[in-house]
Design a protein around this ligand. Structure first.
Ligand code: CO
Length: 139
């Protein structure tokens, strides 16, 4: 069902400081901040050859990552995002298999549908699934 690892998301208390570390200390290709109002976060993508790192910080008082950062004030790994070809089919199969899908699919940071799976069903790790177009399928 899942294909490539699309990104690892890290919740950070200071987005500019985190982006600067990846750019200046690690020498990575670091993008500009993107405000994702529908998701309650501001993100910066770090583009690696084989994957991305999504640095994200809360946007607004009811940000879905505010609680996570309250528990991890220094920041921490928040979720892993795997690519799937058909998000609806993946959700159906996962629900049939007993996994909990959190809410409905939304348009994610890359303009494609995403959904999240309950961390308690995946060993304490929040999983995001992102639908990719067939031309981006792993070969
Ligand atoms: Co993500």
């Amino acid at each position: 069902m899942i294909g490539r690892l699309n990104h690892v998301a890290i919740a950070v208390p200071d987005l500019d400081a985190a982006a600067a570390k990846y750019r200046d200390l690690l020498g990575a290709d670091v993008g500009q901040p993107q405000v994702l109002a529908a998701h309650g976060v501001t993100v910066v993508f770090v583009v690696l050859a084989n994957c991305k790192v999504e640095l994200m910080t809360p946007l607004g008082a009811d940000s879905p990552i505010a609680g996570f950062l309250a528990r991890h004030p220094g920041g921490g790994v928040h979720h892993l995002c795997f690519e799937v070809n058909d998000l609806d089919a993946a959700a159906k199969a996962l629900i049939e298999g007993g996994a909990r899908v959190l809410g409905a699919a939304k348009i994610g940071a890359h303009g494609v549908p995403v959904l999240f799976l309950h961390p308690k069903d995946f060993d304490g790790t929040l999983i995001e699934l992102e639908e990719v177009k067939p031309e981006f399928e792993p070969v």
